[in-house]
Each structure stands twice: as C-alpha cells, then as structure tokens.
Design a protein around this ligand. Structure first.
Ligand SMILES: [Zn+2]
Length: 534
C-alpha cells in the first residue's frame, strides 16, 4: 500500500508524448470549432502555432482599441500583454495589465479570449467597475505605508518596498501603496499584500498569497515511477521535464542521493513524502495537458517546487511554492494526491486570467479550485480502491482528528459547509465557502444520480440533473478560470463558465445548459449578459 522504491529519469516518454502530442498534427490552423464539428475526437491539447498566437495578439489589440468604452479605458491608460496562454482545443487567452498615468492598476486587467486561429474574439472581460479619475500625488510616504502594513502581521520577516498603484477592484478606485509583508499569522505562514490609502493612510484592502489547506498521508502504490534527474552516483528529486518542479525540505533545496531510489515507504519519512508529492504533481501536470489542454501549472510550461516537513498539521501554497506538513498524530505526511492536487490548484488559480481579488467569496472560489483540481487529478490517475481511488472527497485518508475527510464536494453540508450560494458566503470562512462551487462541479460532472457514485441533491430548480462527465466539466471550469477578474465571484464564475461551454462546445447546447442548470441548482442565478443557447 505504501511506496518504497521510486525510479526516476526513465519515464521521459510519457512527457514527450504530452508536450508534443501527435494528435496536434491532425488539427489545421482553421477554426477549432469547425474542426470539432467535423471530427468526433478533436485533440484537447492543441497549442496554436506561432502565427496563430501572433494573430491573436493583433486581434486582441484591435479589440481593446475598439472596445475602450466597454472596458472603461480612459485617455491616460495603457494596456500591456502580460499572459498569453492557450487551453482546451487551442483556444487562446490573453491577459492585459492596465496602467493609469504610468501606475499599475490593481484589478484593472482585461482578458481577451480568441479561437485557436487567433481570429475571432470569444470574450472580453475586465474586473474594473468604474472609470479612474484620480490624482496620483501621494500624501502618505512609503515608509509610513510600510509601517502600517507591517503592523498587520504578528510575525514579520520582511517588508518589501512599497509600490504606488491604483486600487481599482471596487467601485471607488483609489491611489494606494501596495506593501507585501512576509511572515506569519498566529496559525500559518503569510505573504500578505496590504493596500494602504495613499491619501489618508487607512487600509483599503488586503489579500494573502498563502492559501492553507489541511492534509494527511502517503500512498500511490509500490513502486511508482517519478521523474527525477541525475546520472552516475549523483541524483536529485528535480523534474527537469517540468521546469520548476522539484521536492525537498523546508530550505527549498531538492533532496539528492547517490542512486535513483527514493523513500522507504514510511509515513513519517520525508523523502517518501516527496515521492508522493512529485508523483501527484506529475500526474496533475499530465492531466492538465491531456484533459484541459493546458501547458503546465502556470499555463506556459512552468511548474513550482514542493517542500515537505512543514512543522504543522497543514499544507499550503504561498504564491510561489507548495509546502506540506503532517497529520496530528504525526504518523503520516500531508501528501496524498488530492491534497497535493489542491495546493497546486491554488497555483493554477493564481496563473489563470487576472487577479483573484480579496475577501472570503474569492477565497472560497480559490479553495474550491484546489478541491476541483484534487478531484480531477485523482480521476485522471484512476488508482484502484486499495490506493487512493477517484472520488469527490478531500483528504479522506487523513483522519486528521478522527473526522475523516475535510471536505465533501457532493454534499458539503456533511462537513458543516454550505451546499449552495447565499448572501452569507462573503462572510463565510474560505474552506467552508468552497462548498457551493464544489457542489456545482459535482452536479455538472456527475449529475444528481450518477451510477456507482454518491447521489447529490439540489437547492432549487429541477431535482434531477444529468452530468456531462468530469473531463468536460474540468475543461469548462478551467476555460472559465482563464477569464477570471478581480474580485472573483460566483456570479462571474457562472457567466464565465457558461461562455466557456459555448466556446468549447459550439455545436450544441447540452454543455451550456448543463452548466446553467448546475449553477441554478446551487442558487447562483443567471445574470444579465449571459450567453444564451441556441
Ligand atoms: Zn487551499
């Protein structure tokens, strides 16, 4: 049941097949929608060629110029392309950062999506809610802002140089200093972004890059194959085929060894924890490509390191790496597939679309994103029941405090979390606030009465829903996330995923209607401007 010996650099074949799938050759530069209509099985992983990528930039630039009113762009504003990724079927997503009189605008990003050829615009979204018409002369100096921000954390390691910007994630854009304070809260590490009003010194907003989860054990079969690197008598738990992915202790260095065997199968052994963390991360990466058409955790072929041995009953993503602790009994490391998948899911959230924004509603959607990626990874791995089989429970092997799983996606209320959206979600703790979207995802993927899986009930509307399968559900979810804007809300997530379903599956209405029905079932109603079908 537990892993013992792990092999490294052998499995390069699987990666080569992933990064240059032969199926891509079957797709022409023509619109993927047409290709999908003509062929039953179009390639999901189909990155556009350089010409189509360049065409998308031209198209998006022209769109921004033509729709400057719609995205509330004023004369003193400029857009800069900061992210250019493709997703399922090669659809393209271009994220533009905004400046106002040369200052960065937090929350002002615009995301333009196009078809695979880069010719047709699928959607244009921006989080900005009001025009910016503010003076950019600060009345609070940087040192004062830094001191205010520093006081927000009980334990401070570093305070970054304050950056003057326009905070435009609300209806009232403000001149503000953004100060990043690294340290810890009473419970967990923290990389806190604090926005200090540059006119009156008050705190406008804040958000934490650290998204803590809770975890448990170790287990992916014995032996499993993981990608490592090295030769002769010098090896490292560094996956050179997925740039940025490595695993080691809390100092950030990858574990090394004189041979390519890793771990001893013990739940308390940290090298074994890295075997499980790497195995899960590599499986998730492969899932992103094969099922969602995404190239790596950051969408551009990049991964992030993992650290084990955190001295806490917890696991977290801190904005640039994942870190895993242990269960309360200190018998297992918190590196099962769904927990690892969850923490890297926070990285995917951060690197999709624009900013996520602050607050518990955005935080709950971020936590749910982690849970969805954990479930997707387990389903892709499809391990037998004796290991960690595919399910929609989070961390069920833990038994962290004797309470089994920490979240339940088909019935969040089983763990005391809300099953559906309500006006109290913005004031609900983030892990509980994951409930409505987790429930939505289950209803979309599996429906209310799936064969061989748990039933799930609705909060309103028709009591019977038919699922479209987890692969399609995941594809639609990721495509919606690619158009994320600050602050991310359930209403926006509904609008984005409905539009995504239409872009990904343009030839019918089954997927669009399933997405709508699942949102309605968790009390997220249609809003104006929603894509209709047919
Ligand atoms: Zn989390």
């Amino acid at each position: 049941m537990n892993p013992k010996v792990k092999l490294g650099a052998v499995a390069v074949l699987a990666v080569a097949a992933m990064t240059t799938p032969t199926a891509v050759n079957a797709a022409t530069p023509a619109d993927s929608a047409a290709a999908r209509t003509a062929s039953a099985e179009p390639p999901v992983y189909a990155p556009p060629d350089a010409e189509s990528r360049s065409r998308a930039v031209t198209t998006a630039n022209a769109t921004l110029a033509a729709r400057s009113e719609a995205v509330l762009k004023g004369q003193n504003e400029r857009f800069t392309l900061t992210r250019n990724i493709s997703g399922a079927y090669g659809l393209q997503y271009l994220t533009y950062a905004r400046t106002y009189r040369g200052l960065p605008v937090y929350g002002g990003e615009v995301i333009v999506s196009t078809d695979r050829a880069g010719e047709l615009v699928g959607s244009v979204s921006s989080g900005q809610q009001s025009r910016i018409t503010i003076d950019v002369t600060s009345k609070v100096d940087a040192a004062t802002a830094a001191a205010t921000a520093r006081a927000q954390l009980p334990v401070v390691e570093t305070v970054a140089t304050p950056k003057l910007l326009v905070h435009a994630a609300t209806t009232t854009p403000k001149l503000a200093w953004e100060v990043v304070v690294t340290g810890a809260t009473a419970e967990a590490p923290s990389v806190l972004h604090v926005f200090v009003d540059a006119l009156d010194g008050s705190i406008v907003d804040s958000y934490d890059d650290v998204h803590a989860g809770t975890g448990n054990s170790y287990y992916n079969g014995n032996p499993v194959t993981i990608q490592t690197s090295g030769s002769g008598s010098s090896y490292s738990m560094t996956d050179t085929t997925r740039p940025g992915l490595r695993c080691g202790g809390q100092n950030g260095s990858a574990y090394t060894g004189t041979d390519d065997s890793w771990g001893n199968g013990s739940g308390t052994n940290l090298e074994t924890a890295c075997v499980d963390a790497l195995y899960a991360a590599q499986t998730e990466w492969n899932m992103l490509s094969a099922w969602l058409g995404r190239n790596g955790f950051n969408g551009s072929g990049g991964a992030f390191p993992a650290r084990v041995g955190l001295s806490a009953v917890n696991a977290y993503w801190n904005g640039s790496y994942t870190s895993f602790g242990r269960n309360s009994a200190n018998t297992r490391q918190a590196t099962p597939m769904d927990v690892v998948g969850h923490e890297y899911g926070h990285g995917i959230f951060q690197y999709s679309g624009g900013s996520g924004g602050s607050g518990n509603e955005a935080g709950g959607l971020n936590e749910s994103t982690g849970d969805i990626f954990g479930a997707l990874t387990e389903h892709y791995a499809n391990q037998p029941a004796a290991l960690d089989p595919p399910d929609y429970l989070v961390g069920e092997e833990v038994n962290l405090t004797g309470a089994g799983e920490i979240r339940n996606m088909y019935n969040p209320s089983a763990k005391g979390h809300p099953n559906c959206y309500s006006s109290s979600i913005p004031s609900t703790a983030v892990h509980a606030a994951a409930g409505p979207q987790n429930h939505w995802f289950y209803l979309l993927a599996e429906g209310t009465n799936p064969v061989g899986k748990p039933a799930s009930s609705v909060c309103s509307g028709p009591t019977t829903l038919t699922g479209i399968g987890i692969q399609k559900a995941g594809r639609i979810f990721q495509a919606g996330l690619n158009t994320k804007t600050a602050p991310w809300t359930h209403a926006k997530a509904r609008r984005a995923t409905v539009a995504a379903a239409k872009s990904l599956y343009p030839s019918g209405c089954t997927e669009v209607n399933a997405v709508k029905a699942a949102w309605a079932a968790v009390n997220v109603p249609a809003a104006s401007g929603e894509v209709s079908c047919p």
